[in-house]
Ligand binder design. Structure first.
Ligand code: ASP
Ligand code: MG
Length: 417
């Protein structure tokens, strides 16, 4: 019999009523003949609360104990869902990461999955028992609980799907799929039927919060068919049981997308900051002198712009980073001032990066030019630009976020009729 993974996020398991509703979704698929493994998140808000408790206990704390605390949210929901399933006559049991086991590396708080032994799960599924698995957690090489980083239960689900050879991995959330952009900003945003792994990776990395980036990478590597769909639909609606194409967005291989749009979506990420070093010596080694100390301080730099100098002596160097790292970066640059050699440093906070994404861009000229034109027509000043084969990212003042996203959304014909 074919296997199905169903993953439910925090809002889908927010209280006992919602968990009962999830049990009905699971029962529908069990009744349809699937062998089902469920992966659950903590109840919404729970992980934040647990994280806050560890900080209140001690601002600097042992990451292994952080994991022991924050992994508990998922333990609770896995048990509660198993109880609700049993209550409606579905044979089910809960599994913690260590019981499977889901083996991770030693990076407590942001661990990566190394290996999952699916054999015990497969055996129980074959006996007709639903497995309710606590997402977000695994077992480190030190034999202690490790968590996968915020949003990590998406990654748990895709990894389990790969390990048990599931035909599909359904990610249930509070929206019914992936949209062309954030519907809160653009009410005319449309749900996408299909998105390629590559586009989804860009969207997730560039601010769309539907899926953890790592889960998309895993789905791409292992060829897991992943659907993003809503747990808020009525579990009894017969349309939800479609075996090949359930309602939602399929994240798939590019080959499965027949009609390739030039632009698929517009993403934005807030809380960006920019730092510019003025009159940096234009000679080999300066970029290293600027960015090595930042890397050593664990500061993740994003867009980097360096101009060719006119006179061959000095140039400007601009880069972006998360606003949370701004102060630290400024002090690192101050410390390295003599080594780098620059005239002055300027910074801006309150910026946003708006990105236009689409695999069709590879074969179309002028996509970037039309974006620049449209933004100029609205009086929006562009501070920095970066591009890849399938995306254009533009840094602007955050006050213009909504205007920019809306303008680009209609420019590329993404507005719903
Ligand atoms: N509960 C964890 C978090 O809030 C993992 C997840 O929900 O994916 O980050
Ligand atoms: Mg999530």
């Amino acid at each position: 019999m074919a296997r199905l993974v169903m993953k439910f996020g925090g809002t889908s398991v927010a209280d006992i009523d919602r968990i009962r509703n999830v049990a009905r979704h699971v029962k529908r698929e069990v009744d349809a003949g699937w062998e089902v493994a469920v992966v659950v998140s903590a109840m919404s808000g729970k992980t934040n609360e647990l994280v806050a408790w560890t900080r209140a206990a001690a601002p600097m704390h042992d990451a292994r104990e952080y994991d022991a605390v924050v992994a508990s949210g998922e333990q609770v929901t896995s048990g509660l869902l198993a109880i609700c399933l049993q209550e409606i006559g579905v044979n089910a049991r809960s599994w913690q990461g260590w019981q499977i086991p889901i083996k991770t590396d030693n990076a407590h708080g942001a661990a990566r999955i190394l290996d999952i032994d699916g054999s015990k799960l497969i055996e129980r599924l074959g006996e007709g028992q639903v497995a309710v698995i606590a997402g977000f957690q695994g077992l480190g090489p030190d034999n202690r609980i490790a968590t996968l980083g915020r949003g990590g239960s998406d990654t748990s689900a895709v990894a389990i799907a790969a390990a048990i050879g599931a035909a599909r991995c359904d990610i249930y959330t509070d929206v019914d799929g992936v949209y062309t952009t954030d519907p809160r900003i653009v009410p005319k945003a449309k749900r996408l039927d299909r998105v390629s792994h590559e586009e989804m990776l860009e969207m997730a990395s560039l601010g769309a919060k539907v899926l953890q980036v790592r889960s998309v990478e895993l789905a791409m590597v292992h060829g897991v068919r992943t659907f993003v769909r809503s747990s808020f639909d009525d579990p009894a609606d017969p349309r939800l049981g479609d075996v090949d194409n359930p309602p939602g967005t399929l994240i798939c291989d590019e080959d499965e997308i027949v009609e390739k749009q030039v632009v698929t979506g517009i993403a934005y990420s807030k809380d960006e900051a920019q730092i510019s070093l003025r009159e940096v010596a234009d000679k080999p080694g300066v970029a290293a002198a600027v960015f090595v100390p930042l890397a050593e301080a664990n500061i993740n730099v994003d867009m980097i712009v360096q101009n060719v100098s006119e006179d061959g002596t000095t140039t400007d160097m601009t880069f972006t980073l998360p606003v949370a790292d701004f102060e630290r970066a400024m002090s690192e640059l101050e410390k390295a001032k003599d080594k780098i050699g620059y005239a002055k440093v300027q910074g801006s906070r309150d910026l946003v990066k708006v990105s236009v994404i689409g695999i069709g861009m590879r074969s179309h000229a002028g996509v970037a030019a039309s974006a620049f034109q449209a933004l100029a027509a609205k009086g929006i000043n562009i501070r920095a630009i970066t591009t890849s084969e399938i995306k254009i990212s533009i840094l602007i003042d955050s006050a213009y976020t909504e205007l920019a996203v809306r303008t680009l959304h209609s420019l590329y014909g993404l507005d719903a009729a």
